[in-house]
Write a protein that binds this ligand. Structure first.
Ligand SMILES: [Zn+2]
Length: 107
């Protein structure tokens, strides 16, 4: 039996962390360009990096929220594709995993 209480706490912690990070990234992106800043190209590149970070953080947030939903529904730990139990070691490494290792590695 999985200890979903622990996993839930872990996921919520991560969610909080990612939420703060997304806020910080948004603040950075919203900052008006400094007119004295000579290297606009560098700044634009920096924005692209930030946007990449933001979208990967947002993707992880969505996966974590889905995992929290599965905990609430009591389906956490079941593979979303084949319905088999997801290996506990895999869940320990990737708590928001929605598929067992064999489905996740299949394309
Ligand atoms: Zn599976």
């Amino acid at each position: 039996m999985l200890n979903t209480q622990n996993i839930k706490a872990q996921l919520e912690e991560r969610l909080k962390f990612l939420g703060t990070r997304v806020d910080e990234i948004e603040d950075d992106l919203r900052e008006p360009s400094d007119p004295d800043f000579a290297e606009h190209a560098t700044e634009a590149e920096g924005d692209e990096v930030l946007e990449g970070l933001e979208s990967s953080a947002l993707r992880e947030i969505a996966q974590i929220q889905a995992a929290l939903d599965r905990i609430a529904e009591g389906t956490y730990g079941e593979c979303a594709t084949c319905g088999e139990t997801v290996d506990e070691k895999r869940l320990a490494a990737v708590p928001h995993a929605s598929q067992c290792i064999s489905c996740a590695s299949k394309k």
